[in-house]
Design a protein around this ligand. Structure first.
Ligand code: FES
Length: 227
């Protein structure tokens, strides 16, 4: 099944935000001026997608347009621009594979080859069992730990053929590995560990003073019968 043509042919006849989503929409809208409701289009697309099995039907586009008093085409423009929004069903594990220059130079072709070997899908396809979808995307902002993929909400970084194979094998068993560098790097620090600021063992004195003052204030408040 291809997800190349972005909008699904088979569409549900209706879509309505759940009570929980409506509550979230109220909170989101409160962040923007009343005449700038359109600013909430991305969070509402995200809500709709999470509510609807990781894809956004056209009826949800209509519901968002009505909620935000926007033209439907404006909502659709945003939804089609961002690869994180799916306009047709995707597999349980939606793999977004970065193929932009830093990831490519660090071996994203090996990651692509592994996914093809192990799952048998190319970019824009979903596996026959509905478990995996693959989409090659542009930079996902984790270039320092290239090459990487995003699977649903999580980033997996510092991949090569073998570690990608292991990742797929675990996901096939619904054993979701912890996100981050598969080599165990913290953030983007060097592989052997930190090489600077190694001897910082305590807070500066000013921080201690602040803590102490705050402690005194709490003690005094408690003595006064405050909470
Ligand atoms: S180039 Fe792949 S995350 Fe930036």
């Amino acid at each position: 099944m291809s997800i190349n043509s972005r909008i699904a042919d088979d569409q549900p006849e209706s879509f309505a935000f759940s009570a929980e989503s409506k509550k979230a929409i109220k909170t989101i809208l409160a962040k923007y001026p009343k005449d700038r409701k359109a600013s909430a289009v991305i969070p509402l697309l995200d809500l709709a997608q999470r509510q609807h099995d990781n894809w956004i039907p056209m009826k949800a586009i209509e519901a968002i347009a009505e909620t935000l008093e926007m033209a439907e085409i404006r909502v659709l423009e945003v939804a089609t621009f961002y690869t994180m929004f799916n306009l047709r069903p995707v597999g349980k594990y939606f793999i977004q594979l970065c193929g932009t220059t830093p990831c490519w130079l660090r071996g994203s072709d090996d990651v692509t080859r592994c996914i093809h070997d192990k799952i048998g899908i190319k970019s824009g396809e979903t596996s026959a069992d509905g478990k995996f979808s693959l989409l090659e995307v542009e930079c996902l902002g984790a270039c320092v730990n290239a090459p990487m993929v995003q699977i649903n909400d999580d980033y997996y970084e510092d991949l090569d053929y073998e570690t990608t194979a292991e990742l797929i094998e675990r996901l096939s068993r619904d054993d979701v590995p912890p996100a981050g560098s598969v080599q165990g790097r913290q953030g983007s620090q060097p592989l052997p560990g930190p090489t600077s600021l190694e001897n910082v063992t305590s807070f500066p004195k000013t921080a201690k003073k602040t803590q102490s003052a705050s402690g005194k204030a709490q003690k005094s408040k408690a003595q006064d019968g405050g909470v």
